[in-house]
Ligand binder design. Sequence first.
Ligand SMILES: [Zn+2]
Length: 316
Amino acid sequence: MTTGIDRAASRPVSFTADSGVDRAAHHRLDEAWLAAAWSHPTTRVFVVSEGQVLIDDAPDGGTQLVTTPAFEAPPTEQHRYFLGTDADGVRYFALQKDSLPGRMDDTARPAGLREAGLLLSERDAGLMVHAVALENWQRLHRFCSRCGERTVIAAAGHIRRCPACGAEHYPRTDPAVIMAVTDPEDRILLGRQLHWPEGRFSTLAGFVEPGESLEHAVRREVYEEAGVVVGDVDYVSSQPWPFPSSLMVGFRARAADAKGAEIRVDGEELHEARWFSRAELGAAYASGEVLPPYGISIAGRLIELWYGSDLPRRPG
Ligand SMILES: [Zn+2]
């Protein structure tokens, strides 16, 4: 028998599943291999531009990343990212351009990760999130942080080199923690940020600071934002979040005791925070008092794992 909990537990968050693409990093410095791979007839290329790609709704109802053979793509070594090889030996490249190509047919349309991440297959979503993360990093790291000289792309998009001082710069990922905190009655702590619309509540989250462990960041953020004292912290799952360069690291955390569960919001990041039992949250969603989670964020998934079954969804 499949219970709601089984279903909720088996469904992956966007970008956390295995895409089936081997990144084959050992090829990135092999220019001869890359050139041969680029011109191979089965190689597939897609354009990434300012976080967007072209997607296409297939007749069977699925949505695909629009790719072309490399010979139809403009020749370039400058803005070419090698993303990997799938189980059939197909090599994938992303081509970074200032704009997306014109519409290729009636159904192809531009989409960012927040939309495409919900629609694409695990393989296509994995390719897209890799390309978007590289593009964001390339765009924001054009100059050497050591000497200030303009840097050049290398390693098929995965390194920037400084021609003046020889420094090599690697893609940057900023870890952030996101946590479903529960109290001794197994209620969940959800908060509403200052700029969020009325009724939108979600899990607390925050960036990891220098010199801080992930567990410490969970406890510090929850205490700073909501005044709640956290005891146990358990890792759940992580999610690439290239807006522009984060990795969301998801946790379950427990308030140390009833006294530690008393809420005092900071009023800076959080406007309000509340403990919800499952019955209260279900009723709040049903009445519209609280808006259900939407989109690709791991936040909805963390709430769902606690709730025990799928939550009501809304598009967007
Ligand atoms: Zn330099």
